[in-house]
Design a protein around this ligand. Structure first.
Ligand code: AKB
Length: 311
């Protein structure tokens, strides 16, 4: 049976680029984009699109039947900063959508699920440097709690019902096509837009706040690669890492291209979230078990971001 893919949350930062990547790989007809709102012209025009609320179980099921979906990428989520403002809604979106999709896989209506986790599963009590795959998980944010619960639910469905669900713990993702929305790592995208447009940026994190980050190209490669592997015997929500930097270091790298760029710092509530997250991640298990490898270092990310945003 031909693989037929549904992307839920296809118009967000990762979903929009994942849709294009999967359409290039599997063919436009094989990938149905869905979201609660319309996406950019590229997504809307080069393949099928369905309006879909990720918290509407019946609507998801209807689309699975209508398009004979075999694989679901569940990218809809409320990110860390927004989730702190609407905890119950965040729980509803982040958790119920996952349980619905896992149930459909348990009932054999679909074969395979991708669901993204995050470095937000870690908390203050986690070692912050070279954070291991297996470690203390005591997240202090609504988003982190939902991601940790989602990991445990995924492990449960995998072990009890044989559900093929695959998960990565994404760090902050940097991209130029679509803006992120509502995350703590969003500064690392905003900064590029402001550097080009205004030559200056007011950062909502302090200058020394080091966080793990990854370029979109690498995040997409990791996502496609893990989904291409044979089913795993054990469910693991894999740590994946690429680079780590703080706003001051990122500014220095941007200044190599825009020497007059300036930054000021005005930490807000997102600082408290960032202070509970790791600075560097140990992803040796993913590198060993399924050959994960990143390509973009900070210099390459900055060069590519500025080139694309300028043009
Ligand atoms: C966020 O900042 O909330 C996300 C994440 C690290 O999962 N980018």
């Amino acid at each position: 049976m031909q693989e037929k893919i549904l992307i839920i949350g296809a118009c967000g930062q990762i979903g929009s680029e994942l849709t294009l990547k999967l359409r290039a790989k599997h063919g436009n007809e094989a990938v149905i984009a869905s979201d609660i709102r319309e996406g950019n012209a590229e997504i809307m025009q080069n393949g099928l699109f369905e309006f879909l609320d990720a918290t509407d179980k019946a609507a998801i099921l209807m689309i699975i039947h209508k398009h004979e979906i075999t694989t679901v990428y569940l990218m809809a989520a409320m990110l860390s900063a927004t989730a702190e403002k609407q905890p119950k809604k965040a729980w509803d979106i982040n958790m119920n959508s996952l349980l619905y999709v896992l149930d459909f896989a348990k009932e054999k209506l679909i074969k395979k699920v991708f669901w993204p986790s995050s470095i937000a599963v870690f908390g203050e009590t986690t070692p912050r440097i070279d954070t291991p795959q297996k470690t203390i998980l005591e997240p202090a944010t609504v988003y982190g709690i939902s991601k940790l619960a989602g990991e445990r639910w995924s492990a449960y469905y995998h072990d009890k019902f044989g559900v093929d669900v695959r998960t990565l713990r994404y760090p902050g993702i940097i991209s130029w096509k679509t803006l992120p929305g509502g995350g703590t790592t969003d500064y690392a995208v905003e900064i590029f837009h402001k550097a080009i447009k205004d030559g200056t940026y007011e950062c909502f994190l302090a200058e020394n706040t080091t966080l793990p980050m990854m370029y979109m190209d690498d995040a997409l490669k990791a996502t496609v690669d893990i989904m291409d592997k044979k089913p795993f015997d054990t469910y693991v929500s894999y740590n994946v890492a690429a680079v780590s930097f703080n706003p001051k270091e990122l500014t220095g790298t941007i200044q190599k291209h825009i020497p007059n760029f300036t930054i000021t710092y005005k930490p807000d509530f997102r600082q408290e979230i960032a202070d509970t997250w790791p600075q560097t991640i140990n992803d040796s298990l993913a590198r060993k078990e399924w050959d994960w490898n990143h390509e973009y270092d900070t210099d390459a990310i900055v060069k590519d971001m500025l080139t694309n945003l300028k043009s």
